[in-house]
Design a protein around this ligand. Structure first.
Ligand SMILES: [Zn+2]
Length: 161
């Protein structure tokens, strides 16, 4: 096998960067090794240039914008994660409280709701009974739960904006 000419890297560098010197040109003319390297090198340069043109890269501005959007989206997601978890917990607690309250005072609430229905308004007899069965504590619990529900819902709406 032929030993590699010490000028070969210089020749390849000259081909890729198109930085030929007079002495290098003269050497390539007299050295088969470097002549072959120059030939292959020029073909390689053309090949890589072709490859570059075939893979049309997106506009750097588009890439930058995309990166920024992804970044801000990640930041928002990271920031909203504890809030979302807290909101889910709040919703679950409120739902459980509503379920407990409705189960506990279902008959009393039914009576109280019926009190406002037209049928009972006409009869008007069970009004006092319904109010008595529905204690002030239960009414207070309903008011607290209702405001908590509205509060969490408002917090969710505001957090989404
Ligand atoms: Zn050479």
């Amino acid at each position: 096998m032929t030993t590699e000419c010490p000028f070969e890297p210089n020749v390849l560098d000259a081909v890729t960067n198109d930085a030929w010197t007079e002495s290098l040109r003269a050497h390539v003319a007299s050295c088969d090794d470097c002549a072959a390297a120059a030939e292959v090198g020029s073909w390689m340069t053309r090949f890589s240039g072709l490859d570059e043109r075939e893979h049309i890269l997106p506009d750097p501005a588009v890439l930058w914008l995309k990166a920024r959007l992804l970044q801000s989206k990640a930041v928002v997601e990271r920031a909203s994660l504890p809030i979302t978890r807290l909101q889910i917990a709040a919703y679950l607690i409120i739902a459980a409280c509503w379920a407990a309250l409705l189960t506990w005072k279902s008959s009393a609430l039914q009576l109280w709701i019926n009190h406002f229905s037209p049928g009972h308004m006409v009869l008007g007899a069970t009004g006092a009974e319904a109010t008595r069965s529905l204690s002030l504590g239960v009414l207070f619990a309903i008011v607290i739960l209702a405001s908590a529900t509205v509060g969490v819902a408002m917090h969710t709406i505001l957090a989404e904006e």
